[in-house]
Design a protein around this ligand. Sequence first.
Ligand code: ADP
Ligand code: MG
Length: 207
Amino acid sequence: MLDADFFRRWMAATAAAVDREASRLTELDSAIGDADHGSNLQRGFAAVTAVLEKDAPQTPGAVLTLAGRQLISTVGGASGPLYGTLLRRTGKSLGDASEVTTQQLAEAFGAGVTAVGQLGGAQAGDKTMLDALLPAADALGASFAAAREAAEAGALATVPLQARKGRASYLGERSIGHQDPGATSSALLVAALAEADTTRGDGGSGS
Ligand code: ADP
Ligand code: MG
């Protein structure tokens, strides 16, 4: 079972990964965007870490809805409302249980990813964060490791695509040949989930 502490570790591991990879994310965004994706997410997840420490929400759903709200209010770029919606909708779908199963998380995350598609109007293959999130949501029912691998493969697969949504779409064919920054950060978010699992007191699910 996954408790509030697991979800706090997920957010902390995401913040650490975003810090570690910030310059790479910004570099990717400088090729096909406006060079702020790393700093956007660094600011957002630092604020998430701070508010989770201050308010100490006690259920998985409350951790994610608070984190999502914080991203929406601190990140100005397109990615703030999109990631905020992902976490808020996932949190809402988890309800107010004190512990949830991996299967419940997989279903809730699927609902969160669907909400990202509704908000941004993007579909698979549009060269956005959804190209990592959709395969991850599909694989999450199998295991955290499978979701991480699916997200990483999805991010890599954005390289040959032409962007059809977001700032990169203004470049038309010139967006081809570059990895999408948002798909890359989504792979970090999903990898952090696998990391939170392996740092569980009981040694994790081993998946
Ligand atoms: P901005 O584009 O406002 O500067 P960021 O640089 O923080 O915001 O985020 C850019 C990323 O957001 C893109 O790489 C892409 O993955 C994602 N993105 C942009 N627009 C959309 C959309 N409509 N749907 C899904 N993801 C999107
Ligand atoms: Mg940008």
